[in-house]
Design a binder for this molecule. Structure first.
Ligand SMILES: Cc1ncc(COP(=O)(O)O)c(C=O)c1O
Length: 372
């Protein structure tokens, strides 16, 4: 048998749709940085995770579910759907659970897009949308942000008879900005009935603006809207992979047809049920974020850097050479996200951490970067 290093390329054909894809670059894990640099005590402010950790109620629920790991999970997520449906004022048939909300993006695209179809999205926005769209041979039509916000009028103009889905991340990742209810209403008045609008509210619980749209009402009104939420952010369960979609039962039905039977594992289901009941943990998380942003905005401004005000648990800081600042911060054990891959080379994206993590980031930034 030839050694791995001697292996030649295969003769197996792969479609250009797949060979041209660039994999999603995740935030650098702490363990990877520490392995590379031989250091300890690093902090990660790179993936918009919950710095408080998971809810202790969720952890208890996981412990309670461990002895049943020999059983397949409930493929229909019956109890969790019931609970979410009760909270949201919809029926269980309007809810779909996914292995992270990422999976629901995939189910939506697999159910509704084929070659020749188009999906409209902002640029930059959540990097997973174009990857999933291109993977089925469909076209990702991107519309540049305008002053860091979705340009919904231009996105509406980009919709044509081939458009099956429009993605709106609200708040947007990586900018943290939102669209307003007025803008959304106008947009919804312009999209054809045959087009699905996927509103990704991964950071919904952090939003404070009164202008934030009530997207759920559009689902309840029977519009073809897929509303995405997740347990990865405010609920602190990113490692378990669980998120949900709320949509018209017909959309849910077709997405269910392309779903793996046991896509959400039993520990994730148990933890999500418990996390929904831990309102204290949610409150503390939102409060930590609010206070963290007050501190970070003040310090960043005092250092002379510009930043983009956010409605989420992360924000953009304009640092000049984003890649260099990212690398220099790594050497100090601080992981943030460089933005060159999002066509924003002057920026880094920083997640709000615990107070001591925020302080550590500010001290490191002051050491490695100078405002221009
Ligand atoms: C806008 C947006 N949508 C979806 C996700 C994915 O969340 P999940 O962990 O539920 O797959 C993220 C994660 O960073 C995100 O920023």
């Amino acid at each position: 048998m030839a050694a791995l290093t001697e292996r030649k390329g295969l003769k197996v054909p792969v479609s250009g749709d797949i060979s041209s894809l660039v994999p999603y670059p995740p935030g650098k894990p702490i363990e990877e940085l520490e392995r590379e640099l031989g250091i300890k005590g690093s902090i990660k402010l790179a993936s918009n995770e919950n710095p408080l950790g998971p809810s202790s109620k969720a952890v208890e629920a996981i412990a309670g579910a461990l002895n049943n790991l020999h059983r397949y999970p409930d493929g229909s997520c019956f109890y969790l759907k019931e609970k979410l449906a009760g909270r949201l004022g919809v029926s269980s048939g309007e809810i779909i659970l996914g292995n992270g909300s990422n999976e629901i993006i995939e189910l939506l695209i697999r159910a509704y897009l084929r070659r020749g179809d188009e999906a409209v999205m902002a640029d930059p926005s959540f990097a997973v949308y174009p990857i999933v769209v291109k993977s089925v041979g469909a076209t990702a039509v991107t519309v540049p942000l305008r002053e860091m916000r979705h340009d919904l009028r231009e996105m509406s103009r980009a919709v044509n008879k081939n458009t099956r889905v429009v993605f709106i991340a609200n708040p947007n990742n990586p900018t943290g900005t939102i669209i307003t209810s007025r803008e959304f209403e106008e947009f919804m008045g312009s999209v054809p009935e045959e087009c699905i609008v996927c509103v990704d509210e991964a950071y919904f619980e952090f939003v404070r603006s009164k202008e934030y749209p009530g997207t759920l009402e559009y689902v309840k009104a029977g519009r073809p809207v897929v509303l995405l939420r997740t347990f990865s952010k405010v609920y602190g369960l990113a490692g378990l992979r669980i998120g949900y979609g709320v949509a018209h039962p017909e959309l849910v039905d077709y997405m269910n047809r392309v779903r793996q039977p046991f896509n959400v594992n039993s520990l994730a289901q148990a933890a999500a049920m418990a996390a929904l009941d831990d309102s204290d943990h949610l409150k503390r998380t939102v409060e930590n974020n609010r206070e963290g942003l007050v501190y970070l905005y003040g310090e960043i401004a005092a250092l002379g850097f510009k930043y983009v005000p956010t409605e989420a648990n992360f924000f953009l800081v304009k640092v000049g050479d984003g890649k260099k600042v990212y690398e220099d911060l790594l050497k100090k054990g601080v992981i943030v996200r460089p933005m060159a891959g999002y066509n924003m080379p002057e920026y880094i994206r920083v997640s709000v951490g615990l107070p001591e993590e925020n302080r550590r980031f500010i001290e490191a930034l002051a050491d490695v970067a100078r405002p221009r």
